[in-house]
Write a protein that binds this ligand. Structure first.
Ligand code: UD1
Length: 388
């Protein structure tokens, strides 16, 4: 089979653990040549570099360095710069045959737009998830990405249903499982062997892990402050650790809330952690409070109660079969759910089908056999003002 040149795009923290197993699985197909493009949506050492190192991802072949900005600015920069990468072609002077995007961040949507507009078929890993909440920026990214991409790689059955309802033909849909869980299964032994818990003076099962970063939770003091009050109260009974996302830290300072967090003796604030330290913490926790989509999935596989501070989820299997419960940003619901866990009244979950550590292998097979390259991009030597 002819060589298949893939432009594999990552941008923000949750993308890295999804792309890492796929790049490894593609190594089994010598005719497939993945190029790695980092948009630079996340650029901090502890939101980006540490993940490349720990997940064994090679240095990006291309860095777009888009950085922070409003949604419009961030999206526009990726669109403009990634389009240029596609137009330039590979370092060997060949065209790109496929774009591969993962997840639902701004970089995912922008790279998809650039690809389809140039006629390069786009494969979306984690397609079909819908929260039905258009106030979430990620929901817009999911809808736009899926509506125009070509190969839809789905992690849970609800994703298939959503895509069918939206009119996607079955030939484009593939239920492949969850690549994030591939990474978890691969690195769990390594994470558990680390000294993370002892470094933070934690005992397995004797602490709760908290993460919050969604605009709906952290962007107004009216929402953030009551949630913090519940957490601070809970910390008197169960030690809590809280790795704080840069967005959340900015808001805590802006709203003058950092002081009350600092004053809570049994609540430990941490900087954002690398993958291995974080997995060590999540896998040893008694419970998790989060608004992260990825952590809902990981806690389900780890069998750890997950109180999800969101009114809805695009990952319903984590609630229906897994260990997640939606508590919204309602402090009373969070308080009650925490009580249930601490009193031993919480449900048991089970890992969903195909969340078995082998999703990337299925995706690699689909991509490798995705037919002859069909890009209608000119080869770099042909391009003379086309597509202007
Ligand atoms: C993004 C994703 C979200 C994902 C999250 C994981 C979108 C719309 N959102 O949200 O789905 O769950 O990443 O972290 O794509 N910042 C830094 N250093 C960095 C990157 C960002 O300090 O390396 C700061 C920015 O200046 C900004 C804030 O963090 O103030 C938010 O960053 P941004 O990438 O815009 O969105 P996230 O909230 O991280």
């Amino acid at each position: 089979m002819a060589d298949l040149n893939l432009a594999c795009v990552v941008g923000a923290r949750p993308n890295f653990m999804k792309m890492a197993p796929l790049l490894r699985a593609l190594e089994g197909y010598p005719h497939v040549r993945p190029l790695l493009i980092h948009t630079g949506q996340h650029y901090d050492e502890n939101l980006s570099d540490v993940f490349f190192e720990e997940l064994g991802i090679r240095r990006p072949d291309v860095s777009l360095e888009v950085g922070s900005g409003s949604h419009g600015v961030q999206t526009a920069r990726v669109l403009e710069r990634f389009e240029e990468v596609l137009r330039q072609g590979t370092p060997d002077g060949e065209r790109f045959d496929r774009v591969v995007v993962v997840g639902d961040v701004n970089s995912t949507m922008a790279a998809t737009l650039a690809g389809v507009k140039l006629g390069v078929p786009v494969a979306h890993v984690e397609a079909g998830l819908r929260s039905f909440d258009r106030s979430m920026p990620e929901e817009i990214n999911r809808i736009v990405t899926d509506s125009i991409c070509d190969i839809l790689l789905v992690s849970e059955p609800a994703g298939l249903q959503n895509l069918r309802r939206e009119g996607h033909p079955d030939g484009r849909l593939h239920l492949v499982g969850n690549v994030m869980i591939d990474t978890l299964k691969w690195l769990l032994p390594k994470a558990r062997a680390r000294d993370t818990l002892s470094r933070f003076a934690l005992e397995p099962g004797q602490y709760g892990l908290v993460t919050l970063h969604r605009p709906a939770n952290v962007d107004t003091p009216q929402t953030l402050s009551p949630l913090l009050d519940v957490l601070i109260d809970t910390s008197r009974e169960l030690r809590l650790v809280f790795p704080i996302h840069p967005r959340t830290r900015q808001r805590l300072q802006q709203f003058d809330l950092i002081g009350k967090l600092d004053a809570a003796e049994n609540l430990t604030e941490l900087p954002p952690l690398g993958y291995l330290d974080f997995l060590a913490l999540s896998s040893g926790a008694r419970l998790i409070v989060t608004d992260s989509g990825g952590l809902q999935e990981e806690s389900t596989v780890l069998g750890i109660p997950c109180l999800t501070a969101r009114p809805n989820t695009e990952r319903p299997v984590t609630v229906d079969e897994g260990t997640s419960t939606l508590v919204g940003n309602d402090p009373a619901k969070l308080r009650q759910a925490l009580r249930d866990v601490l009193d031993g009244r919480y449900k048991q979950g089970r890992p969903p089908a195909l969340w078995d550590g082998r999703a990337a292998g299925r995706i690699a097979e689909i991509l490798a056999n995705s037919g002859s390259p069909t890009s209608n991009l000119p080869t770099p030597t042909e391009k003379k003002g086309n597509h202007e």
